[in-house]
Design a protein around this ligand. Structure first.
Ligand code: ATP
Ligand code: MG
Length: 409
């Protein structure tokens, strides 16, 4: 018998880890793999001083800290390099591939990313080399002319943004100049708005698994992920899936989401450097059980099969396809085929069918229990004022019960 240890490296996550741990406990897996019985233990990873040569006790880590907590990130990087740890997501790619890089790379692969410019910041930290550098090389530019090239309406947003920080919609040059004056030291993109759009979709990818959700950006946070179904035809759903898996395989992100808007029948990806996607029941509600189950499937597959972490990204196969001159949809299919190989889609599906067929039933039952409801309540308590806790716990809970009903149907 062997035990595979899964570490949860967590920050503000409350709800999904509780549910994840409960599902693993209830399934009590003992999988016959390569002549051995493989069992699983889950632990929360703690933060503490570490010897760079100390071994790592985990086979895989689900990480939610890398994007902002460098001690954890550096511990993870050490463990990948020295101990063969598998982690989701690739910490080097999280650290270095911001929104900007992801736009450039996917433009090169041919995705219809809207017209986007980068502009130097309005003001600077007064470092010793600043004056000679700017004096010699910074060209005075006419913001109005850049604005004309991008076209209105447009969005100004940080090149490395997230969480809607400093995102503004600009209708004309006057608004652009005012927003630039306000932007301080941030390095900004100006991006042509996809307007009017008739669909807005977030596609969540977890390993080879994807989930499309129609998104309502103007709604309050708890209503942005809608519960709509059949909001895109199959052919477009396949396109969004191929787009997301291409991005995720390219950057080595097992877990990421892609936002895309449809205008005049074309899908424009606008934000897909999200390698620590929202996983909270307070945003996902109806879709929350999908996320927890997807996490269980992918992490058990990884830990059970000792899937190897891809330490380098290797973009060449994508570039080779990009340079073949195929029509876009054909090219995207070829990228998605690379993604399917990298995410071992066939092997994963077979693994789930053989070893995790009970998960649907176990999750369906679990999401009716007091234990599940408590996980929801704890997250609501952490985010909502006291007088709203009851109301929102019931709201999210009712949506999860709706999910259970729909699963049965
Ligand atoms: N080019 C665009 N066309 C239309 N809407 C846009 C565009 N860019 C941004 N938006 C709107 O602004 C929102 C925030 O922009 P974006 O997603 O790029 O920023 P973010 O800070 O990465 O957000 P997130 O919290 O989703 O990570 C989008 O959800 C969308 O509603
Ligand atoms: Mg976004």
């Amino acid at each position: 018998m062997v035990t595979r240890r899964i570490g949860l490296s967590l920050g503000a996550d409350i709800c999904w880890p509780l549910c994840y741990e409960a599902l693993l406990r209830k399934m009590n897996l003992a999988l016959p793999i390569d002549g051995k019985t493989v069992r699983f233990e889950v632990e929360r990873v703690t933060i503490e001083p570490f010897d760079l040569r100390q071994p790592c006790r985990y086979d895989m880590v689900l990480d939610r800290l890398t994007h902002w907590y460098s001690t954890s990130r550096e511990w993870i990087k050490k463990a990948i390099i020295m101990d063969g740890l598998y982690v989701l997501n690739n910490p080097w790619a999280v650290q270095s591939m911001e929104k900007h890089t992801s736009y450039c790379a996917m433009m090169h692969l041919g995705m219809p990313i809207p017209e986007t410019w980068m502009i130097p910041p309005k003001s600077y930290e007064p470092l010793p080399d600043l004056r000679p550098t700017l004096h010699a090389y910074a060209k005075l530019f006419d913001l109005g002319r850049v604005g004309e090239s991008v076209g209105y309406p447009m969005f100004m947003k940080p090149y490395d943004g997230g969480g809607w920080k400093a995102v503004t919609r600009l209708a004309d040059e006057k608004a652009l100049r005012a927003a630039y004056d306000q932007s301080g030291k941030m390095v900004m993109h100006l991006q042509r708005a996809i307007e009017p759009f008739d669909r807005f979709v977030r596609c969540i990818g977890l390993g080879p698994q994807t989930k499309l959700v129609r998104y309502e950006p103007g709604a309050p946070l708890h209503d942005r992920y809608t519960m709509d179904r059949d909001f895109v035809p199959d052919e477009e759903a396949a396109l969004l899936r191929d787009t997301t898996l291409t991005i995720n395989a390219f950057f080595g992100w097992d877990f990421n989401s892609c936002e895309a808007l449809r205008k005049n029948g074309e899908w424009y990806p606008i934000d897909f450097a999200n390698p620590c996607p929202d996983s909270q029941v307070t945003s996902l509600h109806y879709h929350f059980p999908w996320l927890v189950k997807a996490n269980v499937r992918w992490s058990i597959f990884v830990a059970a099969t000792k899937r190897r972490m891809r330490r380098t990204l290797d973009w060449d196969p994508f570039y080779e396809v990009a340079e073949q001159g195929l029509p876009y949809r054909e090219r995207l299919k070829a990228y998605a085929a690379i993604a399917a190989r990298r995410f071992e889609t066939d092997r994963f599906e077979e693994f789930c069918a053989t070893h995790l067929s009970q998960l649907d039933e176990v999750a369906w039952e679990f999401f009716a229990t007091e234990e599940a409801k408590r996980a929801v309540r704890l997250k609501v308590q952490a985010l909502f004022p006291a007088h709203e806790v009851e109301q929102f716990t019931e709201l999210f809970w009712a949506r999860i019960q709706q999910w259970r009903k729909d699963q049965r149907a």
